[in-house]
Design a protein around this ligand. Structure first.
Ligand code: CP3
Length: 349
């Protein structure tokens, strides 16, 4: 009966599969010429991600081109912020900008509780349409940002190098930061529930900037809120696999494993073999090819994929990059990545 379910979902649930499923973080986006063309016509990121026709179309672009095993919603981790009363924009070459960064207690107190059905109905619509379109040919993935990473954006106001503003808040006024993190945890859990009810079959939580914390502080400001999101989600949706990604996670892998996640997505600074040893076998592993390899030769790309997959053999495993595909990546190299991955059995057996 489960034969009819898509490969990635079966692998994520721990079933035995013929080959590891494959998708790419940021697989829809600037490296694709069809995306750049559409972006010229619709220069606002908010429009591209909040107009359901555009978001659907962009989500489908990599699926049409490469048939990955996973189709991820085209959106952003910041998309739920306006529903909580925080406005944002994404500006070419500057990245995300928050007009009024959250620095004061009064601002935290006046945050709104997210109501996904009202605030984010466009996301629900896109997820439903994606499911209908890809059927059992691929798994539809939803995603959110974890509380710490969302807080990093809204407190800093933009992408940051040192995270000094949020760290000042963490180490001078921790109770204010905890209040903000707690608000995000509840809202993000509701948002994940809504994504799953709308069609997402697997979800990924990005705590991209949690790797900026010392492990001691990770245990205070990141881990407990990842766990809160997962605990809340599992109360209502225990069967939906959850993947957790952190950039620069080598110092906290064991800690990530104790949050209740089903999968850990490794970046490429951890050797796959070491990662497999450090993460308990009941947790699956995703990753971790260096996105920079995709600027190399087809042979280099192929060899690295084979090496990575061999090291993950015997584990519940999803093949992916170690972070998002980089702008400027040649599309033909993305094709090499997907084709090698989908034919992996002819290279390793
Ligand atoms: O994976 C996918 O294909 C889905 C799309 C996706 C986007 N953002 C689209 C996007 C996903 C999963 C995200 C998540 C996201 N957004 C994260 C977590 C993943 C990670 O990279 O660690 C983070 C930290 C953000 C915040 C954010 N949004 C950044 C840092 C940027 C890049 C800014 C820049 O100009 O380099 C964005 C903008 C963004 N989100 C783009 C895309 C395709 C690029 C802007 C554009 O296309 O015009």
């Amino acid at each position: 009966m489960t034969e009819s379910l898509p490969l990635l979902l079966r692998a994520a649930r721990g079933e035995k599969v013929d080959r590891p499923p494959v998708w790419m973080m940021r697989q829809a986006g600037r490296y694709m010429s069809v995306y750049r063309k559409l972006r010229d016509k619709h220069p606002s990121f908010r429009e591209r991600s909040e107009n359901p026709d555009l978001s659907y179309e962009i989500s489908m672009q990599p699926f049409r081109e490469f048939q990955p095993d996973g189709v991820i919603l085209f959106s952003d981790i910041l998309t739920p912020l306006p529903g909580m009363g925080i406005d944002f924009d994404i500006v070419e070459s500057k990245g995300p900008l928050i007009q009024n960064p959250i620095r004061e207690k009064s601002q935290v107190d006046s945050l709104k509780i997210l109501e996904p059905k009202n605030n984010l109905s466009f996301v629900g619509e896109v997820l439903g349409r994606l499911r209908e379109s890809v059927g059992n040919k691929a798994t539809v993935l939803g995603f959110v940002g974890a509380p710490w990473t969302l807080a990093a954006y809204v407190v800093e106001g933009r992408s940051s190098k040192n995270y000094s503003v949020i760290k000042e808040m963490a180490f001078k006024n921790p109770s204010l930061l905890h209040k903000l993190l707690d608000h995000f945890a509840t809202s993000i859990a509701n948002y994940l529930r809504y994504q799953i009810d709308s069609g997402a079959q697997v979800v990924q939580m990005f705590d991209s900037w949690a790797g900026q914390l010392s492990p001691t502080d990770y245990d205070v400001f990141a881990g407990p809120y990842q766990k809160k999101v997962i605990d809340l989600l599992k109360e209502t949706h225990p069967d939906t696999p959850v993947i957790l990604y952190i950039s620069g996670s080598a110092g906290v892998l064991e800690r990530m494993a104790s949050t209740g996640v089903d999968f850990i997505s490794l970046d490429w600074t951890v050797d796959m073999e070491d990662g497999c040893k450090r993460i308990p076998t009941n947790i699956g592993i995703q990753g971790n090819v260096d996105p920079g390899i995709l600027f190399g030769t087809p042979k280099m790309i192929k060899d690295r994929i084979i090496d990575t997959v061999k090291k993950a053999q015997g584990r519940r495993y999803i093949l992916n990059l170690g972070h998002g595909i980089l702008p400027g990546t040649p599309e033909e190299n993305a094709r090499v990545f997907f084709e090698t991955s989908k034919n992996i059995n002819s290279f390793i057996n």
